[in-house]
Design a protein around this ligand. Structure first.
Ligand SMILES: [Ca+2]
Ligand SMILES: [Ca+2]
Length: 313
């Protein structure tokens, strides 16, 4: 019901936008749009100059990678609209639109329509599941490499580390030939006496303690913003990327404790049977799956139920 209402609202919004944009469909396309994506808050910023539309409104649609039609097909494929909105266009044609795409974070080529014109500004939205993965136990410390990408002649810089609340920053550690020191807790300096030759450069490590809030596994993200970098004694601001990381924090589970309450009893047997019969009403979490698999064959089935029953005796 809620979905239906929401979809109805989206369609009404789209129709209103269509009515306001009809006069400008077919307007000549302006210069290419600049698109910046931020995987951390799952947002897209689109900007550019739309001289034809100076002083008016621009309607923007961001379409998911599954969309393959023309502008008019948007209205029969509303499920593929990732974001839509209207923004004012300045007197000189300047235009900027920022939207959140929380509901759709898959990697792929998204397409942008501005007032009916498809722009050559398709882009790829990075998916956190593509990041390098690290697996740690609840309470453990983990070293995340600070990898500055594609940096010939890099000899230093200033960067900031961003991390989720399940991580506690303990400090930094310089890689071979590099010094990393903290300016304050989240920002740090990195420097070397010998400039890097080429490619991706690991300048050091950020050290974290990982923990979970509740009983179950959690995933935490780490990223680095390189604010300034030094190449051949020249300071460069912006445009330098560092590799993010995904940290999977696993709780210690007791074999057979499917409901994660710290003991193995008949409740676990019943819950696992419900999962296997698909009547539990929700999916097993990663920690629950690890607790349920007790026969060592990486498959959760009735053989695991039998073994957990035997554990209860
Ligand atoms: Ca239990
Ligand atoms: Ca099994």
């Amino acid at each position: 019901m809620k979905n239906k209402v929401k979809k109805g609202l989206v369609v009404i919004l789209a129709l209103c936008m269509l009515l306001t944009m009809v006069p400008v469909i077919g307007a000549s396309a302006a210069a290419d749009l600049d698109v910046e994506t931020n995987w951390r808050d799952k947002s897209i910023s689109i900007s550019g100059t739309l001289e034809d539309l100076a002083g008016t409104q621009a309607s923007v649609f961001v379409m998911s990678p599954a969309f393959s039609g023309g502008f008019m097909d948007i209205f029969t494929n509303m499920d593929l609209v990732v974001a839509a909105g209207q923004v004012p266009v300045g007197a000189a044609g300047e235009f900027a639109y920022t939207c959140s795409v929380v509901e759709s974070v898959a990697a792929g080529n998204y397409t942008i329509f501005v007032n009916g014109a498809a722009y050559g500004a398709s882009f790829t939205f990075a998916d956190a599941t593509d990041f390098p993965n690290y697996y740690v136990k609840d309470g453990d410390t983990v070293l995340i490499p600070i990898i500055i990408q594609d940096c010939e002649n890099l000899s230093g810089g200033i960067a900031k580390v961003n991390y989720d609340s399940n991580l506690e920053l303990l400090g930094y550690y310089g890689a071979d030939g590099w010094m990393v020191s903290s300016k304050d807790s989240d920002r740090f300096l990195f420097a070397t006496g010998t400039a890097s030759a080429s490619g991706d450069v690991t300048v050091g490590y950020a050290i974290f303690r990982a923990s979970v809030d509740g009983l179950d596994d959690v995933m935490a993200l780490v990223s680095f913003d390189v604010e300034q970098a030094v190449f051949n004694s020249e300071i460069v601001v912006g445009g330098v990327e560092a590799t993010p990381a995904r940290i999977n924090i696993e709780v210690d589970v007791l074999a057979g404790d499917v409901n994660l309450d710290g003991k193995v009893d008949l409740l676990d047997v019943v819950l696992l049977m419900q999962f296997l019969a698909d009547t539990a009403g929700y999916e097993m979490s990663p920690a629950q799956k690890r607790a349920a698999e007790v026969t060592g064959n990486a498959i959760i089935d009735t053989a695991d139920v039998v073994v957990i029953m035997q554990m209860c005796l």
